[in-house]
Design a protein around this ligand. Structure first.
Ligand code: ZN
Length: 433
């Protein structure tokens, strides 16, 4: 073994290995593919004595699964899942090569360091710790790594769930990314455990008018009509509406920092860098993200379109769509290009208790609060099989790190000691649940 190989804990080395596979996903089927990363993961699992199955429904979009037999096979199985793809990184904007896996200042840098090759490594090395010690989990553990999560799982989890549902036979619960990490709350700290995801509606607004010369008096202008609709929707301030989950989030945070829970946005502001993403979980958001119109400076086009990224609270998609049509007016056509369900499961039950207790054993006295996530994960695909999904990638983080800003951000990085912490908490969970 070289000096370098033994220098860092295994969870760090595995996360770094995974970052070094460039699995960039540009979306809509344009991707480098996950095959080599999936084969690395498969080989790791095989070395633990597990039998591994691959599913590559589209060339290079590789998914991998293994099942660890539990002591009590009458108990429902638990799914641990990760994705192997990452969003693109523009290397010139970064302080380091985003695919080199640089370790500097006690942090692992690289695309995927927090989304989500960190958790992929924690899952693998937690299982390894158990199995190498000759231990068996209480229940069956299904460990899966998906392709294409960053494009909504269209070429990954959605196809696996459709074509390989037997991979998840007997499973009722799943754990994955975007939860379980600590945030600062005033001068204290709390962990956020993800128990729900907002619904996603991607839409295109289309306005039409009459084409003509740019020099004319011309009120029937598609660009003007579209611009008015885009501005109206982009400026819409959706009302705060708390769900069962976010009511608990706000109450817990308010109690920690001595604020009035009646003003959720003010409570969110006490969480420093986490405020923006928490605010988005209290309401619908409708952000314009793209505009398309015109082909010549002195030609009025007969059509113009815009893309809007809408995230609604779970179950409110249809009501929000009706409201959006009223906002943009009848002259503008609303076309849905992609929709995904919202999810919300109760913050209670044996698995939630086990996750909270596992965190408590490694970071005593720090409250764990449920939260709803603004984005989406592969938990949505697994929900089709009746599997309740949680975000639990435990990381104990310093107060000054803008962790939520790291997701898809420049200079994505994770503290090495947070990785080690997460691996210990996850191992503890597998031993006790
Ligand atoms: Zn992710």
């Amino acid at each position: 073994m070289s000096a370098e190989a033994s220098e860092y804990p295994e969870v760090v080395r595995v996360a770094r290995d995974l970052i070094r596979f460039d699995t960039t996903n540009w979306g809509e089927g344009r991707s480098r593919g996950e095959r080599e990363a999936a084969e690395y993961v498969g080989a790791y699992l095989e070395a633990l004595g597990l039998s591994v199955e691959y599913y590559e429904p589209i060339p290079r979009r590789t998914n991998v699964v293994a099942r660890v037999a539990g002591r009590d096979r009458s108990k429902p199985a638990l799914v641990l899942h990760g994705h192997l793809d990452v969003v693109p990184a523009v290397a010139e904007d970064w302080s380091v090569d985003p695919f080199e896996g640089v370790i500097r200042d006690g942090l692992l840098w690289g695309r995927g360091a927090v989304d989500m090759k960190d958790m992929d490594a924690m899952i693998l090395t937690s299982l390894a710790e158990l199995l190498r010690a000759g231990e068996q989990p209480e229940r069956d553990i299904i460990v899966t790594f998906f392709a294409d999560e960053e494009n909504g799982g269209v070429e990954g989890s959605q196809l696996v769930v459709r074509d390989r549902p037997h991979w998840f036979a007997g499973a009722t619960e799943a754990i994955s990314e975007v939860g379980g990490y600590s945030i600062p709350v005033g001068d204290r700290r709390a962990y956020l455990l993800q128990v729900g995801e907002k619904a996603l509606v991607w839409m295109r607004l289309r306005a039409t008018g009459t084409a003509g010369h740019g020099s004319r008096f011309h009120p029937d202008n598609a660009v003007t009509r579209l611009a008015e609709a885009v501005a109206a929707l982009g400026r819409t301030s959706w009302p705060v509406e708390l769900t069962a989950t976010t009511r608990q989030t706000v109450a817990g945070l308010a109690a920690l920092c001595g604020l009035d829970p009646a003003d959720p946005d003010a409570v969110a502001d006490a969480t420093g860098p986490a405020a923006g993403f928490l605010r988005s979980t209290f309401r619908t958001t409708s952000n314009p993200t793209g505009l398309t119109a015109g082909y010549k400076h002195n030609v009025i086009p007969d059509a113009a379109s815009a893309t809007i990224d809408v995230r609604t609270l779970p179950g409110q998609e249809d009501a929000v769509l009706a409201q959006i049509q009223r906002i943009v007016g009848d002259d503008v056509v609303v076309e849905i290009s992609h929709r995904d369900i919202g999810l919300e499961v109760p913050f209670e039950g044996a698995l939630v208790d086990a996750m909270v207790q596992a965190l408590g054993r490694h970071d005593p006295g720090i409250p764990v609060l449920p939260y709803l996530m603004g984005g989406g994960t592969d938990n949505k695909a697994l929900a089709e099989l009746g599997i309740a999904g949680y975000g639990f990638a435990p990381l104990r983080l310093p107060a000054d790190i803008d962790f939520t800003g790291m997701f898809h951000g420049v200079d994505e990085r994770v503290p090495l000691d947070a990785l080690v912490f997460g691996q210990r908490v996850l191992t503890d969970l597998l031993r006790t649940y």
